[in-house]
Design a protein around this ligand. Sequence first.
Ligand SMILES: Nc1ncnc2c1ncn2[C@@H]1O[C@H](COP(=O)(O)OP(=O)(O)OP(=O)(O)O)[C@@H](O)[C@H]1O
Length: 700
Amino acid sequence: MPQTYSLHVHSVSGIKWRKKWPIPPNLEVTIDVDDIRMAETHRKRDFVPMWNSLLPLSAAGSTSVIGLHLVRHHTVGKTNICAKGEIEIHVPIPLKSVGKDLEPTPGLALVVRLARIGSDEAVKIAVTDAAENSEKLGSGTSSDIQKVADFAAQNSDSNTVSSLGDLLQSLTSSLDVVIKIGGVIAKIHPFAELAYNVLTSVYQAVKKQRKMDQAIIQLVQAMVDVYSFTKDVKLLSEIERIKDIVDAIVQETAKCALFIREYTGHGFAVRMVSQIISEDAQTIQELMGAFVKHKQSLDWALGIHVAVVVDDTRHIAQLSLKVAKDTQATAQRLEQLEILKNLNPVKMNSNQDGCLLGTRRDILSLIITELTKPFALDSQNIFWLYGVAGAGKSAIATSIRQTFNTLGLLGASLFFTRSNEASNPASVIPTLAYCLAESNTHIGSEICLAMRQHLHIVDAPIEDQFQRLLAEPLDRAKDHIHGPIIIILDALDECGDPESRRRLISLISNRFTGLPLLRILITSRPDLDIAAAFRDQSSIVKTPLDITKPSSLEDVHRYIDAEMIDVRQMHFSWNLGPTWPGKEKIDVLSTFAAGLFIWASTATKYLRKAHDPNDALDHLLRKGSDLDRLYAVALQSTEFWEDKTFAEQAQACLAAVVLGKVPMSDTTINALLGLDTKHSSAPVFFKLGCVLQWAPGKFA
Ligand SMILES: Nc1ncnc2c1ncn2[C@@H]1O[C@H](COP(=O)(O)OP(=O)(O)OP(=O)(O)O)[C@@H](O)[C@H]1O
């Protein structure tokens, strides 16, 4: 009977390369039992690799020989065996070097642990190993942390880093570790990714730049210090426990990364390195202070208690100077706000939650990247996210709002709702001006100046308001501000109607694109007037929120799963059990939802409110949830029903879509309904974008 073993390949010790490699060679260990390949470790790029892999083995008899090879992979696909050894049950296993890669050294040894285990255990290890290798591994497993810990351990080479380039490189490698853990802790992921991308671009830009400001080097050093925990495997494995602190650190890092990019002249505003804004020194001090505090909280949380000596006298002197400055600034600010009230801004806040953590990762990441892209690389400053009713656009806009609010980059966010009278196109420019002025004193001063110079600007035509309250003040303020400033306009289709918003839409598509400093996220259903105005604008990034994408379907599934926790809690008296209603029924509900969040949220709300959750669930599984009302409102929002030809054609087209057993393209529907090119279905589908996900030639 074959005997099973677990082989723990830890690392290789005493390695001495003959050649100086520019980057570490790509190494793996292969394991043969009686000359048959049984397992191999992951490839590692490191001068002194550590694998920490647990591998299952089975050997036919007690006399089997386990052969181990240390293999170097060439970039062109060739391999070299650099060292080999055979297992004798003592640790470490001596190796002898072969070929020309290694110096023959007596201490060369592979550190492994071989244990005799039962076959069940061997199967378990094999499954875990396979899962670790799979890209599709879900988040939340401790093996992810271990993998990351391995990675960090290899990167712990603590050469003294002296230049900004080296510091940035060290920082991005730490962030890379944090991003990988982001698979486990969804909360910190978007900020870590943003910080990583921005710092990488700064690194690419500054690595050739010789002269660098000492203050910025110290700031990056402070960040590197905070991240030292990522280089210690033991500390890193605590990350789940200290995730809130890490979350705060990563947010601060993203903020700081954006600042550094602007400061070093590689960012949003095209600026010379020498052209430094007067508040920069203070911003650097504040950011440094924040990182020192984070380091202290982290050290306390990790049990590393370091005595902190504070120079009290200097601290108090600085503090009193700041208080004096602050009092003066507060008086000016109050005066500004008094003037700004004349803009009669309206409240258009988001009244819903953002995305469930872990959902919409791709699109959130894409939007964050687009909105923070340096100006020089791309001059597109509007991102339009469009999709059918209930696809989840507002939830995404809310999450983006939270992200940029945390980063201190939010200028204004208007969430339009049909039922709110304030969602009026005439209020948009004055409200935007008010919010921008509130978010930044420099912009505030310029807008106040404009209001003093143009006393009746609030009653002026919208185009004049745009020019005086936005275009000119932003242009005057731009040299005092590090961009970007983010503006969010959610559900633009719910701002007035196509007629009342005509001039606003034209301003957005023709004039907003030229505004300095701003990056604008617009979400809406693809209503005809909006789609027509945006379609040929090259300054607008147009992205559909596709409900049929596998990631959308997975996100809705994840949402239903999470909502069931609430449903179970609500109905505690029914003793539903910890996994109610079970995976199979959740799968069926997700299939019904077909990527539509509104379906999932209506269904779970129905379950929460029901008297008997089991009855309600059965009803749902039989009939689906009642979305008629939503679709009635959505369809009525299309203004063309009074046109008899449209109404007749739309009814026929909708019937074809609803009754068709397979999805059909507009061309097929034309053929089916006998429509000629003059009366084709395409214009009808364009007008029904609020309820149908459709593109010319594609399935309806
Ligand atoms: N990623 C998500 N995580 C959690 N809840 C979500 C998510 N996306 C959407 N929802 C919920 O689903 C419902 C519908 O989503 P939302 O209002 O964002 O859709 P929409 O595309 O903006 O719809 P409409 O076009 O009708 O305004 C809301 O209750 C929202 O809170």
